[in-house]
Design a protein around this ligand. Structure first.
Ligand code: 26Q
Length: 829
């Protein structure tokens, strides 16, 4: 009897829920129709998909705007400490689907549109990606904003409103072609211009020194002015009323055109100044993990940083806060060294405009700034020529000189006459400003992005600074937001997990572990396998449409998606494919015939010759392998063009194998490894970056680790020889693979096409062959790849391992990263 009553209540609740759902759905349809009528004079039946997208997005934005207004009001009233996350890059991707997840309205909108004969996912596809970033560092900033808001911490992202995001990639005849990304062309629904907050940024000119009331004053004159115009985007969080702000600055000229030139009749010249100013926020530099000393890049840096610091200080004064107490109200986080110029800029304003003495200003600066390092690679460390600084920002340069002078004094008191060490640690050395040393000198916190990376920073890259100020050094392992990378990208798996362990895992990092017992639950495993299969079918369809290649959803989907860089070793993966190809054509009796689909996605920096050549190689290998009758039903190689956030969302959910095969010590963390694991791919990887922590969490049975360790790699580098030329001479298997680069196997018409790759492996530059140790790790990679093929044959076991990977991915939630940052560094309430 009791049981019956209970069931009745349940049924009733369900009925009530269903009625409420139906009502809300009708409300949404009404709102969308309303927007269509008012903005476009259209009905749902005759509106274009773009108009439907705009109407839909506007209704979502309305909800967010209400929350945003309340959040801002609260923030303005309260005297809480706030975080400003300064980053050159925010790789946000699309907003509509993400905002719907965060508002918990995806199902409602999906059903509402369905009732009108429309598909939510197709409508979402209309939105342009906000591709304001290159790769890991930019996407990390985007995940962090999502987590900061979900955890209800008061935070602002601050960056540049690039008119053109990262280039769009086309593959033509196997080559990468770059196309501009005019993502704002059709308007951006999610941004709000804030002319009331515009500020001036001053470049060039000279410094006049005067004595006023017995003290030396510095006056910047004859400068060029650029206007920084802020555009704000709302950042929603999951299941919260808090909405934070991403503020992006656009560069504008103070005058539309030069009136003097215009009156003289020189119309072209009259608009020149305007163009010179506006070029600052025109385009994102497409280099990833590589520094180039371009003046425009330095201009971009000072532009957005100066505007941001001015805005922060104006707000603090408006709130009545004493600037001496700034560190109690504001934490400024520097995402890699790119915004470092914020440090001397804050010094400048405090001293020249607010009347602080040096020591007072320095104390405030030190309490305010924290720095994250994202790379140990020498070619990525920023070192700017002194002359550039002097010319572009003369007063800021004077301050950097004084920081350098004082730091040298300090270093000398600690290290005596160890000039080599002092020079190495100095802020200015050999006529270059070292942005990393400036950060290490000025910030109260320095962190690496994975345990191994932080250890290398302490023991190698920054060891002298570590010995000087060990207390500054911390590790905060990266993370990714499960709202985008699971809820948004993989709705079916999201549903399955929530049915099994409830929905608490959607926020925080502790709950996903509850999935562990389900790895052995046959009903769960079956559903899990079905979802993976469906995702693979969807990706196969995408590949058919975009590449014209038919791939078998039953085959292993082996995925390497990330920027193209020699250290990430897409070449090692390609060599493995060549090895598989050769094994099958040369010895079909003994070769493993398990079908595999190798999927690549990667953009190369436009000026990075070797990276672009590797893309061409992958595509040529694909052509041969995919069309050879002996292999075409077993191996497929697919290069998916224009890898971006939205493309990643389709790929990571369909992967079985996640390739994380960087030369150990080179990949600071990696975050793609986390996204793929979260969606049930098994990692094949080196002991590098966060792979080390993944391996520790899932255990050796649930990951495929191979290759040289980071210590072994560093050892090889210190000895000055890779040993790869010798390997090539002695190991027939390696020789056979490498020789396909020069024997025309993959370059029928143009024989020397891949010679530069060959040369770098065998002869090398500056006497060091194979700098990324591809050949040294080749054999061990072939071995582990054999294990993968064997293990995949036991689908039950494989699925169990995949589910364990999902369950253990909780640690890699950016919610955990942000909690760590907050506890160890920012200490916001
Ligand atoms: C610097 C100066 C001039 C021009 C370009 C640059 C520049 C631009 C982008 C330097 C570096 C980058 C990007 C670096 C990056 O994405 N690093 C990655 O950061 C991730 C998040 O921490 C890590 O997971 C990756 O391991 C790391 O490679």
């Amino acid at each position: 009897m009791k049981q019956e009553v209970k069931t009745d209540v349940k049924a009733d609740t369900k009925k009530v829920d269903a009625i409420a759902f139906e009502q809300q759905k009708q409300e949404i349809i009404k709102k969308i129709s309303g927007k269509l009528r008012r903005y476009f004079a259209k009905t749902i039946d005759n509106a274009t998909p773009t108009q439907i997208y705009r109407a839909c997005a506007t209704t979502v934005k309305d909800t967010i705007m209400e929350k945003w207004a309340r959040s801002k009001e609260e923030q303005e009233k309260k005297h809480n400490k706030e975080l400003y996350y300064l980053s050159f890059e925010f790789l946000m991707g699309r907003a509509l689907g993400n905002n719907l997840i965060n508002l918990m309205q995806s199902d409602l909108y999906r059903e509402a549109l369905k009732e009108c004969g429309l598909s939510l996912s197709e409508i979402e596809e209309i939105e342009n990606d906000a591709g304001l970033g290159n790769g890991g560092l930019g996407r990390l900033a985007a995940c962090f904003l999502d987590s900061l808001t979900t955890l209800e911490l008061p935070a602002f992202g601050c960056g540049i409103r690039y008119e053109y995001g990262l280039f769009k990639q086309k593959i033509v005849d196997g080559y990468q072609i770059e196309m501009p990304d005019p993502w704002l062309e059709d308007g951006n629904i999610w941004e709000v211009e804030r002319p009331e907050d515009k500020v001036e940024v001053h470049f060039n000119g000279r410094i006049e020194e005067t004595f006023e009331n017995g003290s030396l004053k510095f006056k910047h004159t004859d400068y060029n002015t650029v206007i920084a115009m802020p555009f704000d985007m709302p950042i929603s969080g999951y299941d919260t009323d808090v909405v934070n702000t991403l503020r992006l600055w656009k560069a504008c000229s103070p005058e539309a055109f030069n009136v003097r030139d215009f009156n003289r009749g020189d119309y072209v010249l009259a608009t020149k100044d305007k163009e010179l100013a506006e070029v600052i926020s025109k385009v994102l530099y497409p280099e990833d993990n590589h520094y180039e000393g371009k003046m425009l890049r330095l201009k971009q840096q000072y532009f957005f940083v100066s505007a941001t610091i001015q805005w922060i200080l104006a707000k603090q004064k408006r709130k009545g806060h004493d600037l001496f107490d700034l560190p109690n109200y504001v934490q400024i986080h520097i995402n890699d060294t790119h915004p470092t110029i914020a440090i001397p800029e804050l010094m400048r304003i405090l001293m020249d405009e607010e009347g602080f003495g040096w020591d007072e200003a320095w104390e405030v600066v030190n309490g305010t700034f924290a720095y994250t390092n994202h790379t140990i690679m020498a070619e990525a460390l920023e070192k700017w020529p002194v002359e550039m600084f002097k010319q572009l920002v003369p007063r800021v340069f004077q301050i950097i000189q004084e920081i350098d002078r004082r730091q040298r004094e300090n270093l000398q008191s600690k290290f005596g006459n160890d000039w080599g060490k002092i020079e190495y640690m100095a802020v200015i050395s050999n006529n270059f400003v070292s942005m990393a040393n400036l950060c290490l000198t000025a910030c109260h916190s320095v962190n690496g992005v994975a345990a191994l990376h932080t250890e290398i920073l302490k023991k190698e890259t920054f060891r002298d600074y570590y010995s000087l100020t060990p207390e500054k050094f911390k590790n905060v392992t990266n993370g990714v937001t499960q709202r985008r990378w699971l809820c948004k990208a993989n709705p079916e798996l999201t549903k399955l997990i929530t049915e099994s362990i409830g929905d608490k895992w959607i926020v925080g990092s502790d709950t996903l572990d509850k999935l562990m017992p389900f790895a052995k639950d046959s009903a769960f495993v079956e559903k899990f396998a079905k979802i993976k299969k469906n995702n693979k079918i969807a990706l196969a369809k995408y590949i058919k449409e975009h590449n014209g290649i038919m791939v078998d959803p039953e085959s292993i989907f082996d995925v390497q998606v990330k920027r193209l860089h020699e250290y990430k070793r897409q070449l090692l993966k390609t060599f493995h494919i060549i090895y598989r190809y050769k094994s099958i054509i040369e010895d079909p009796q003994n070769a493993d015939m398990t079908p595999e689909t190798f999927i690549f996605g990667a953009k190369a920096a436009p000026g990075y010759h070797m990276a672009k050549l590797i893309i061409k190689l992958i595509n040529n290998v694909a052509d041969v392998v995919n069309n050879d009758p002996r292999t075409k039903d077993i191996l497929k190689v697919v290069f998916i063009e224009n890898y971006s956030v939205s493309v990643a969302e389709k790929i990571v959910v369909a992967a079985n194998v996640s390739e994380q095969i960087s030369t150990a010590s080179k990949e600071a963390s990696g975050t793609g490894n986390m996204k793929l694991m979260l969606n049930g791919a098994l990692t094949v990887g080196t002991m590098d970056g966060a792979n080390v922590e993944i391996a520790e969490l899932v255990g050796p049975d649930n990951i495929f680790i191979f290759g040289l360790t980071s210590n072994e790699v560093l050892d090889i580098y210190s000895k000055g020889s890779s040993g790869s030329s010798e390997l090539y001479a002695q190991d027939m298997q390696i020789k056979k693979i490498v020789d396909t680069l020069i024997d025309g196997t993959f370059s029928k018409d143009k024989n020397n096409l891949f010679f530069d790759i060959y040369q770098s492996l065998i002869i090398g530059n500056n006497g060091f062959s194979d700098p990324y140790l591809v050949l040294r790790d080749f054999e061990s990679y072939i071995d582990i790849s054999g294990d993968i093929l064997l293990e995949y044959k036991n689908q039950n076991k494989w699925n169990e391992k995949a589910i364990i990977n999902v369950a253990k991915a909780g640690f890699f939630s950016s919610d955990r990263s942000i909690s760590d940052y907050n506890e160890r560094i920012w200490k916001l309430r």
